[in-house]
Ligand binder design. Sequence first.
Ligand SMILES: [Zn+2]
Length: 173
Amino acid sequence: MLHCPNCGLQSFEFDGNKVYRCKACHYEFFFNAATAVGALIEKDGDLLTGVRARAPGQGLLDLPGGFVDPDESLEQALKRELDEELSISPSSMRYFSSGSNRYLYNNVEYTTCDVFFMCEIDSFEGMQANDDISEYRWVPLDEITLHAFAFKSVQNVIAKLKETYKPFSGKAP
Ligand SMILES: [Zn+2]
């Protein structure tokens, strides 16, 4: 992006962080972090993950989720993504943590703020991988390798989950 959308001159410069400024007419264009959501879904000590069908990170693991659309809440976006990617519906979702990422797509590096929710799913009947994920995998939390995941924010949230996770099972240790 070199041409200013206001005056048309080739005088547009990126500050390297979040704003393009026109040296000629001083027009500013902000390039803010995009919002994304991810779901932490656990069952019997296993975490539900998906294999990314597309770049960036094609073939690597990811959490179910995706970008928040215009006019959506975080919860609406996550419900939509869980339906699109896995055909499942959460009965509850609770904020867990958030983290930043850089996301290279079509040679443009986007910054994101990823928000993660613990989700409860009453029924996994009919679950199937669609859309951005090619297959789903249940991965035992105590066997997870962080570098199998495509994004730093996801690696960080899984590390935090592993630290804090206590199985609810009533079984004797
Ligand atoms: Zn201009």
